[in-house]
Design a protein around this ligand. Structure first.
Ligand SMILES: *[C@@H]1O[C@H](CO)[C@@H](O)[C@H](O)[C@H]1NC(C)=O
Length: 498
């Protein structure tokens, strides 16, 4: 075995070694390798992930452009053209069969039919790697992936390592837990030490680091840990980079948190030392399921974006992880535009006209907080014209998208709340800013724009019974109906009436 490893790490191979080639060379091979953006082995040319489209329910697998390369986003764009797409499977590249699929109900139920979690939009987290477009996994609250019947993942107190590349600007604190890693096979909380997963966010219920967060912590069950103590460990810094590498590893009596900017520089060690001294964490009782975007008991209130991650067998050395970080930086993660379709310019005042046959003289307007469609013409009252007029401002929650300010109610914006659109005053909260942020795309029926929710990107402005919702293409609400979806979510944007 040793000699084949040496062959693998000969000069030419090393130059193109992927993260899992590097872990294997270090004697701590990957036993799970997940990414929608690229191959994590230099020789991997199989399927990275599967998408399912809304128009006919068909699925397709997305592979790298070449062995070891970036995902073929153009194949996805072509397959999903004119409809919506969800990520249904994130394949395990390690050969262990540890694929991630829609998380089933656990201690907590998800919002989809039968209590499953929602699937992620396939198009909500565009990035570039070395200039090639790819898509990450945008986890809105309620979204989750899982595998409860794994092969080769650490159990009990066995050693393991893991890293994930995440969007360092997409997180929350109110919900538990945006995690990637080792969890309970029952999807229920079975006690302290039954998990060992990367957590990212600014939840302050359990551990915290320095500053206001977000922090990389470890979800060890019944606690997010930033170090050995159960509360503040000031060696764990607030993260600020757009692309973030997060590392957690554990072996008997020892564990560590490391992290760094995934687009430049090296990893730092934020904690390395003994297990928490409160009961139940030494020895650990890891169960070996894999979760993405949720807690071990399927708690699904958190949000974040995942690009790639692996789990290893054995405790990787810092040197091995440093080489992996160099590979991640060399992959060249960069940002990509979040909007498409006809341009909607910042500072313009606009109207939005429905395009569904029989409704196409109606415009998005409001009566107080309630948002609806109303027939507006040049002879309408000035009050009605104003209520159907919106000023475009940079997105309050992400400046790559837009927010729409009411023309007749200064300081109030269109936002969604319980998936209904409202006109509400900006209360300054993170939830308001994010729920008032929308990303216009090309109209799904070929007319105008379809207006995607930034925070719940499987959802789009939709008129339904003349009221406005953010709707998904199929789902548990009547306003998620698939019939007429493309027409109901497509609006022609023109200059405002007033
Ligand atoms: C929008 O208007 C504000 C305030 O007048 C101005 O500062 C800003 O530069 C404008 N932005 C664009 C993109 O025109």
């Amino acid at each position: 075995m040793r000699s084949s490893l040496l062959v693998l790490s000969s000069a030419a191979a090393l130059a193109i070694a992927g993260p899992c080639d590097i872990y294997a060379s270090g004697g701590t091979p990957c036993v799970a390798a997940h990414s929608t953006t690229r191959a994590l082995y230099s020789a991997f040319s199989g399927s990275l992930y599967q998408v399912k489209r809304g128009s006919d329910g068909a699925t397709t697998n997305i592979a790298p452009l070449s062995a070891g390369g970036v995902a073929n986003a153009a194949a996805q764009d072509s397959f999903c053209s004119g409809t919506t797409c969800l990520i249904t499977i994130i394949y395990d590249q390690s050969g262990k069969g540890n694929h991630l699929t829609q998380a089933p109900p656990g201690g907590f139920k998800g919002p989809a039919a039968n209590g499953f979690d929602n699937l992620a939009s396939a198009t909500a987290a565009p990035v570039t790697l070395g200039g090639h477009k790819a898509y990450g996994v945008f986890v809105a609250p309620g979204t989750g992936y899982r595998n409860d019947a794994t092969n080769g993942i650490a159990k009990g107190d066995a050693a393991e390592g893991m890293y994930a590349v995440l969007d360092g600007t997409h997180f929350n604190g109110c919900g538990c837990c945006f995690d990637y890693g080792n969890a309970e096979t029952s999807a229920k909380d079975t006690g302290n030490g039954h998990m060992e997963a990367i957590y990212f966010g600014n939840n302050k219920v359990w551990g915290t680091g320095s500053g206001n967060g977000p922090w990389i912590m470890a979800d060890l069950e019944n606690g997010l840990f930033s170090g050995q103590g159960t509360k503040l460990n000031s060696g764990d810094p607030t993260q600020t980079s757009r692309f973030l590498t997060a590392v957690v590893k554990g072996q008997p009596g020892l564990w560590a948190i490391r992290g760094g900017n995934a687009a430049s520089g090296s990893l730092s060690t934020y904690y390395s030392g003994g297990r928490p001294t409160v009961g139940g964490y030494s020895p650990m009782s890891k169960e070996g399921a894999i979760i993405l975007g949720i807690g071990g008991d399927n708690s699904n209130g958190a949000q974040g974006t995942f690009y790639e991650g692996v789990m290893t067998t054995g405790y990787p050395s810092d040197a091995t992880e440093n080489s992996v970080q160099a590979n991640i930086v060399a992959a060249g993660y960069g940002t990509s535009s979040l909007v498409g379709g006809p341009a909607i310019n910042i500072n313009s005042t606009i109207s939005l006209r429905a395009t569904t046959a029989g409704y196409d003289t109606r415009y998005i307007a409001h009566n107080g907080a309630a948002v609806n469609t109303q027939v507006v013409t040049s002879s309408s009252t000035n009050a009605l014209k104003l209520s159907a007029s919106w000023t475009v401002v940079p997105g309050l929650g992400n400046s790559g998208c837009i927010s729409l300010q009411s023309r007749d109610t200064t300081g109030s914006y269109l936002r969604h709340s319980n998936f209904a659109l409202q006109v509400s005053a900006n209360d300054g909260s993170q939830a308001f800013r994010e729920d008032a942020t929308f990303c216009p795309e090309a109209g799904l029926n070929g007319q105008g724009n379809t207006i995607r929710s930034w925070s719940h990107p499987t959802r789009f402005f939709r008129h339904f019974n003349n009221n406005l919702y953010v709707s998904s293409n199929g789902g548990v609400h009547d306003f998620d109906a698939t019939g007429a979806f493309n027409d109901d979510v497509s609006f022609v944007v023109s200059a405002a009436f007033a």
